[in-house]
Write a protein that binds this ligand. Structure first.
Ligand code: PLP
Length: 286
């Protein structure tokens, strides 16, 4: 089906949407993005994504293309026009184009670029992958040092996914200085003796919107949480593990570097957290 997309102020059929070859998102990966999930035709944690977008823009000295209310309106209009009941809205803001290529940023009055499109994913909540659980490999983390900014520099994470695929697995967790940072497109956790362990927030990882919600819900459910550095060997000896992201919610992990966790099926705490997260998200969706 031909989607309606939003490009620099216009709603257009996807095959008529165009951006300049001089756009800095295209030339320099000088762009940031957000992915917001849709359940029951409504947006999950729109506010969290809008706040993180503002922060990413601020950290890069990039102008906002429109107000938060306008962003919400565009998200909603695309969800409606494209008949999305379950799926995702992708949003990208770039530093725009001043009609040439230069390492220096263009003048501050250069208009930022903005692109939004939807992705229809009918089985997002009831995904077969979440029932099986993910097999992961560990790889070196060789990304730049500001992973807290959600930029479109996704080549290494894409390569990580391909390394996992080649090894017959689903995803990769990245390791730096002996400690796990995060997954290629998600935050990483393990559970040992009932305690959920995850890396604390810093510039080393993306401050996941799903991470924040899941940790709050786990705390409300009286679960023990430790935010600390952890090694891949600790995770391999865990009872359970999981990842969180806006596009996969809570995803159980059943194998790390060929080592099976528990009985090799999604663990009870990860499964429970997925249920709680989905229930709460549906209730607060807008
Ligand atoms: N970490 C990385 C590197 C990511 O790319 C993502 C999502 O794209 C996440 C974590 C999870 O963030 P969120 O829960 O906001 O989707």
């Amino acid at each position: 089906m031909m989607r309606t997309v939003f490009v620099n102020g216009e709603y257009l059929p996807e095959d008529e949407a165009k951006i300049s070859i001089f756009d800095r998102g295209f030339l320099m990966a000088d762009a940031v993005y957000e992915v917001t999930s849709v359940l029951d035709g409504k947006l999950i944690d729109f506010d969290g994504h809008a706040v993180r977008l503002e922060r990413s823009l601020r950290e890069l000295d990039m102008a906002a293309p429109c107000s938060k209310d306008e962003l919400l309106e565009i998200h909603r209009k695309l969800v409606e026009e494209n008949g999305i009941v379950e799926g995702l809205v992708y949003l990208q803001v770039t530093r725009g184009s001043d009609g040439d290529r230069d390492f220096a940023f263009p003048d501050a009055d250069t208009k930022p670029g903005i692109v939004l499109f939807t992705q229809n994913k009918p089985n997002l909540a009831d995904s077969p992958a979440s029932k099986k659980g993910a097999k992961i490999i560990s790889i070196d983390d060789i990304r730049w040092g500001r992973r807290d900014i959600k930029t479109v520099q996704l080549l290494y994470p894409s390569m990580g996914k391909m390394m996992a695929k080649k090894a017959g697995c689903d995803d990769a967790w990245m390791v730096e200085d002996g400690y796990v940072t995060e997954g290629t497109s998600n935050n990483a956790y393990f559970i040992k003796n009932g305690t959920i362990v995850t890396r604390p927030l810093s510039t080393d990882i993306l401050h996941g919107i799903t991470r924040k919600a899941v940790l709050r819900l786990a705390e409300e459910a009286q679960m023990q949480i430790e935010e600390r550095l952890f090694t891949i060997d600790e995770a391999k000896e865990a009872d359970e593990a999981f990842t969180t992201s806006a596009s996969a919610f809570v995803m159980p992990v059943v194998e790390i570097d060929g080592v099976q966790l528990g009985d090799g099926t999604p663990g009870p705490i990860a499964k429970r957290l997925r249920e709680i997260y989905l229930d709460e998200s549906r209730k607060t969706a807008i």
